[in-house]
Design a protein. Structure first.
Length: 197
């Protein structure tokens, strides 16, 4: 049995379900809310490329290097984004939470906080991870602030780490949360979800 198996994680605001082709229409509509692919420092697919992106993620799942989810907004029952466990290192009990995007309408809402709480909880409490990573482009300030708000700490910056689709070089900021830090991070995220907005 593989260390990382498809799973459904349910919260009050959102649910994370195994990504499937049936989510294509919702995700194509969701990515158009904010035209997210126009952010030059991200690699978010256009609505027209959603089928190919779902196929790419499912292909990586078949190889055991990614576990992709559709993010379902419980109130509407519709997919409003995607997220994954990626760069899976089963031997070292490490995963990265990444390749995440949400439609603009739900950004900066309780949905992201709850999704991260569910993903981190599953990683540390069910998979017994030693550490969970987050990586983002140096210029993606919104993503960096969001990762830091979770309680992740900056491990370092991989300079000229990747060639982007526009041929620029990406400096990648690498963050992590360790198993020893998880209880405090969990309490912090639960507090964020419970406080009035």
């Amino acid at each position: 049995m593989a260390w990382l198996e498809p799973v459904t994680l349910r919260g009050e605001v959102a649910s994370l379900v195994p990504l499937a082709h049936e989510h294509r229409a919702d995700l194509a509509e969701a990515v158009s809310d904010g035209e997210l692919w126009k952010l030059w420092y991200t690699t978010i697919p256009t609505a027209e490329r959603m089928d190919a992106e779902i196929e790419r993620r499912l292909g990586l799942q078949a190889k055991g290097t990614m576990l992709p989810f559709a993010v379902i907004e419980n109130a509407s029952g519709r997919a409003v984004g995607m997220t994954t466990y990626m760069n899976v290192e089963a031997a070292h009990r490490r995963v990265e939470i990444g390749a995440t995007w949400y439609r603009k309408r739900v950004q900066r809402s309780a949905l992201n906080t709850e999704c991260k709480l569910m993903l981190l909880g599953h990683a540390f409490e069910s998979l017994d991870c030693i550490a969970v990573e987050f990586r983002t482009h140096f210029f993606n300030r919104q993503s960096r602030r969001g990762i830091e708000r979770l309680g992740a700490k900056l491990d370092g910056i991989l300079r000229s780490h990747q060639i982007m689709p526009n041929s620029t070089l990406r400096d990648t900021c690498v963050y992590s949360i360790t198993a020893a830090e998880w209880p405090a991070v969990k309490a912090h995220l639960a507090w964020q979800l419970a406080r009035p907005r």
